[in-house]
Design a protein around this ligand. Structure first.
Ligand code: F6R
Length: 608
């Protein structure tokens, strides 16, 4: 996730771009930069840090000119730094590029460019774009970008300006978002609509594979095959506040809907050209693994719940016993830690103090730390030996959703990689599981298509004093996350129970009408789960089941059923989590709560 703004017109490009970037800071905020054509020369400034670092500098050192591009970054390849910030320029500073996305084949392209004598200043994948453009540019910027798209692979939105083509800007998109803003004697590009609302409400959305050529007077969109495309403009009638939520009422709903992309990115960015998992920042060798006698997974809240799924995956695939623990408890219970311990920590923000304290304690005792985090350069990332970054993009809503499903995705990948290194799974199983994981984003999309149906369930449970989630095996872990989500934003007292435990006490809580959300996503435990559903139903529970779509017979035991696509048991938690997120979201919404900022909570918990 990064934000792009580009301007070609008659006004101050600096002002338009800075105003636009301010509205895109939610897409990334670890560095920002700008490139403007001033008197025939591209001037560029870029800095690590918030956008304010750049704007403060430009206040004192303004750049004049009416053609330019800007970028706010959420670091992916290469930590936040001035050098890794965008725009990237060629050696002569005649071409400047901003990019959002990933160039999957950047390693081989970089090698080829280095062989041709190009020097790289950054660790980014983006820098290959500008040097490639330099190598193919023959006077026509649009033609150069067309050629570029034949050479690069991956997800991208790219904006380019060239000092030899004053008054022109070219942009192209594949998967990453890009819109075109239409003005009078001025035109714009941006990653998202809010960036442009101060200047225009007339926009066109670029489709995948399309390129756009902009001058102050004209915008021409080209298809993948370089045919001119007639695109209807539309007029935005949202206010700025709702536009930054991409048309969604709340960030939480937006983030729930971003999950297919987030899961896809987390997975695909870590697959090499042969479809194998590449854990660049994790250097655990077979010899390292052989020495490991103890694995802990430590995290807080939702991240801990993701860790519980990770435990199953690592134990199943890599056959290494794993002990999960809550970070705030872990360090006070004197765990057995030595040089042969691997501590896997999970933290969306990378700044949770309890988690950091657990890292420090384990490190002090000699453990090796592998972290899964969403924020590049965060404290957790910095203090770990090995890091796996999820690619969820900034998560704004306090209730974590896309971070959770990408953390699980990351844990599956780590488990598969460890297992293959250890030789506990076959290559066939490994690739088969990766292929099944590739289907997850589309399966999540299918669940989201029916999101609105879950409103009815929220209506049913909104006035309840308490609610229960039930599950067995991996479904129990999903139940824990579902219960946390529902309680934290709806304020309904919700507990999760292992369905087999009911008869040992909990079932006494079931009364007429008590909502019980039964997760029945595990084929291997399905029959047993049906019996548990019957037990609570017989005592008056109002049962909402979450089941695989081939399990229609569950309807006879349930008051309502939410189906998810069929999937292997081990991968089911990614799918069954989504309805639980929607149940929580709609219940909170209907109750009139502040969905994104529930009472008493904060997004980043930096206190003990
Ligand atoms: C719940 C939620 C929290 C966080 C927890 C850890 O929706 O978001 O439970 O998961 O505070 O935060 P991170 O992952 O940033 O360490």
């Amino acid at each position: 996730m990064c934000g792009i703004v580009g301007y070609v017109g008659k006004e101050s490009a600096q002002e338009v771009i800075l105003q636009g970037l301010e509205k895109l800071e939610y897409r990334g905020y670890d560095s920002a930069g700008i490139a403007i054509l001033e008197d025939g020369v591209i001037k560029s400034d870029k800095f690590k840090g918030r956008l304010s670092v750049l704007s403060d500098y430009l206040n004192d050192h303004p750049i004049s000119g009416s053609l330019g591009i800007g970028h706010t970054r959420w670091a992916t390849h290469g930590a936040p730094s001035d050098e890794n910030s965008h725009p990237h320029l060629n050696k002569e500073s005649t071409i400047a590029v901003v990019h959002n996305g990933i160039i999957e084949n950047y390693v081989s392209l970089k090698e080829e460019l280095i062989a041709k004598g190009y020097e790289f200043k950054s660790q980014t994948d983006t820098e290959v774009i500008v040097h490639l453009l330099d190598s193919i540019y023959e006077g026509d910027l649009l033609e150069a970008v067309n050629k570029l798209t034949k050479l690069i692979r991956g997800a991208y939105a790219i904006g380019v300006v060239c000092s030899k083509n004053p008054g022109e800007m070219v942009a192209v998109r594949n998967e990453s978002p890009l819109i075109v803003g239409l003005g009078k004697d001025e035109n714009f590009i941006a990653s998202d609509i809010p960036a442009l609302l101060k200047y225009t409400r007339d926009v066109c959305i670029l489709e995948n594979g399309e390129t756009v050529h902009l001058t102050p007077e004209k915008v021409t969109i080209y298809s993948k095959d370089h045919e001119i495309v007639q695109r209807e403009k539309f007029t935005v009638d949202w206010d700025v506040e709702s536009a930054s939520k991409g048309g969604y009422d709340y960030f939480m709903l937006k983030e729930i809907h971003e999950q297919p992309t987030a899961i896809r990115e987390t997975l695909l960015r870590r697959l090499d050209e042969n479809g194998k998992i590449k854990l660049d920042d994790i250097k655990l060798t077979k010899e390292d693994l052989e020495k490991i006698t103890k694995v802990y997974i430590v995290a807080c809240g939702t991240a801990y719940n993701a860790g519980l799924i990770g435990r199953y995956a690592i134990e199943k695939f890599a056959q290494i016993p794993v002990e999960p623990d809550i970070a705030s408890e872990f360090r006070y219970r004197e765990p057995f830690i030595d040089q042969n311990t691997l501590l896997i920590v999970i933290s969306q923000s990378g700044e949770t103090l309890d988690t950091l304290a657990a890292i420090r304690e384990a490190k002090r005792k000699g453990a090796r730390i592998l972290s899964i985090t969403n924020v590049v350069g965060s404290s957790v990332a910095r203090e770990s030996d090995d890091v796996f970054y999820t690619w969820a993009g900034p998560e704004v809503a306090v209730a974590s959703t896309k971070a959770y499903t990408t953390q699980i995705t990351a844990l599956y990948m780590i488990a598969l990689d460890l297992a293959l290194t250890k030789g506990t799974i076959t290559e066939e199983f490994y690739f088969d599981t990766i292929n099944k994981m590739k289907e997850l984003p589309e399966k999540v999309e299918r669940i989201l298509e029916n999101a609105e149906d879950i409103k009815k369930i929220a209506e049913d449970i909104k006035d309840s004093q308490s609610a229960f989630y039930l599950g067995r095996g991996l479904d129990y872990q999903t139940a824990m996350e579902g219960a946390l989500k529902l309680k934290e934003i709806s304020y309904i007292h919700t507990e999760a129970f292992a369905a087999g435990e009911l008869k040992h006490g909990t079932i006494a809580l079931i009364e007429d009408g008590t909502p019980v959300i039964a997760i029945a996503g595990q084929e291997s435990l399905y029959e047993k789960m049906l019996s548990n559903i019957q037990e609570v139903k017989a005592r008056g529970a109002y049962v909402i089941s979450i089941a695989k779509e081939s399990k229609k017979e569950i309807e006879a035991q349930s008051d309502r059923v939410i189906y998810v696509p069929d999937v292997d048991d081990i991968l089911a938690p990614v799918l069954t989590a989504v309805p639980t997120q929607l149940i929580a979201y709609y219940t909170s919404l209907i109750k009139g709560n502040d969905v994104d900022k529930p009472r008493n909570l904060a997004k980043s918990v930096t206190v003990e």
